[in-house]
Design a protein around this ligand. Structure first.
Ligand code: ATP
Ligand code: MG
Ligand code: MG
Ligand code: MG
Length: 367
């Protein structure tokens, strides 16, 4: 029979709606003559439900963002009762067991999706899945450990100070002094484990530092303060596994934020029309080559699998710095990752197919 693909979307993070929109695009693009598709939504409070296979429901209509709603169609991914208990959270509900799923496409962003937790659940359930495994997902979601691993592989990163919850609660003034000794304004203050620029602020003078750290702490008890690069050029590069498992880099692209945005913030990413995407980026040949080399090196350093989008800063003196890896980047046909592959000769349906095939191959290689 055809391989059965479970497309999982929504989820508990603040990127729920973005994930639903992505799932609508992927559901429309999967080749139904080749795969049987099972859409599974995760509600904002973490319940798994069997969704109707209606991609058009998941589009943005009249400015309304799609979401996954609870229903009694709760599902489990495995017949293993321990795993089922982990997934089915509503007492008394009769779970609809999926039986054998051949591969899961976890189209989830942020915590409880992109951070190794769902990957761990799928490992327990014995179901192969698209993208990075537990360790790489967790490392790439934590901006502190991601930088430590980059640095230990000789990859260039901006200087940073991590603010751990116990340090901050014990002696916030000492933390503020340490940041001011080690870095210079402007700095960027970020929740350590999040995405979509949520909770990030640019601090141009030290009086704003304490409030910025407190604001980031609303999203994550661990906060990162990074040396700001100004003016900065923001370059991104897609990495995709070839059929033999070798990671390959796409053409790089550049994001240019217009208007009164201080940086590529949430508003600029999703809500207004203030960004220009240059695909490919207007870079000289040597810089293009270096971006692509570093993208693959970053992917390898973190032991990523399947796909990743590597984000760079290009400083005014020409220095390239690796900012971060997103292991499940935005994935609508208008998102940067698919656009970069489109420009590299891999169209959207082919991209989706290659990712599913890579996941199936990995399962086969384990057997
Ligand atoms: P994503 O949606 O890509 O997952 P994120 O929430 O993980 O984003 P970052 O990519 O680390 O966050 O930062 C968001 C944006 O903030 C960057 O794209 C850039 O515009 C700005 N920024 C972050 N750190 C710096 C820095 N050190 N110097 C200059 N600009 C920065
Ligand atoms: Mg990120
Ligand atoms: Mg992200
Ligand atoms: Mg980013």
């Amino acid at each position: 029979r055809k391989p059965r693909v479970a497309v999982v979307f929504g989820g508990r993070s603040s990127e729920h709606a973005v994930s639903c929109v992505t799932a609508g695009s992927v559901l429309s693009a999967i080749d139904r003559s080749k795969y049987e598709v099972i859409p599974i939504g995760i509600t904002q409070d973490g319940r798994w439900v069997l969704e109707e296979d209606r991609p058009e429901r998941l589009a943005i209509t009249d400015g309304r963002l799609p979401s996954v709603e609870p229903s009694n169609q709760l599902v489990a991914l495995s017949n293993d009762p321990t795993v089922r208990e982990l997934i089915v959270q509503e007492p008394g509900a009769v779970p609809k067991t999926l039986g054998e799923v051949d591969v899961v496409f976890p189209l989830l962003h942020g915590p409880y999706g992109e951070d190794g937790t769902i990957q761990g659940l799928l490992e327990l359930a014995g179901v192969p899945y698209v993208g990075s495994g537990v360790l790489a997902s967790a490392l790439c979601m934590d901006k502190e450990y991601m930088k430590r691993v980059f640095a230990s592989h000789g990859l260039p990163v901006v200087p940073w100070v991590a603010v751990r919850p116990r340090e901050w609660e014990r002696d916030a003034d000492a933390v503020l002094r340490r940041v001011q000794e080690e870095l210079e304004p402007p700095v960027f203050v970020k929740p350590s484990r999040l995405g979509s620029s949520i909770g990030i602020s640019k601090v141009s003078s030290w009086e704003e530092l304490r409030a910025a750290i407190e604001a980031a702490r609303e999203h994550d008890p661990k906060v990162l303060v990074e040396q700001g690069i100004t003016p900065v050029r923001e370059i991104e590069c897609g990495v995709l596994e070839a059929e033999d498992g070798t990671p390959e880099a796409s053409v790089p692209a550049e994001i240019r934020v217009r208007g009164d945005h201080q940086f590529y913030d949430f508003q600029a990413k999703y809500l207004d029309d203030s960004t220009d995407l240059d695909v490919p980026a207007d870079l000289d040949e040597a810089t293009t080559r270096e971006v692509r080399r570093l993208a693959v090196a970053a992917f390898e350093a973190m032991s990523c699998e399947g796909l990743a989008r590597v984000d760079f800063f290009l400083a005014p003196d020409g220095t390239l710095l690796v900012n971060e890896i997103n292991t499940m980047p935005g994935f609508t046909p208008y998102s940067m990752y698919p656009l970069m592959w489109q420009a590299s000769g891999v169209d959207y349906p082919t991209l989706v197919d290659r990712l599913i095939q890579a996941a199936l191959r990995r399962r086969n290689s384990l057997l």
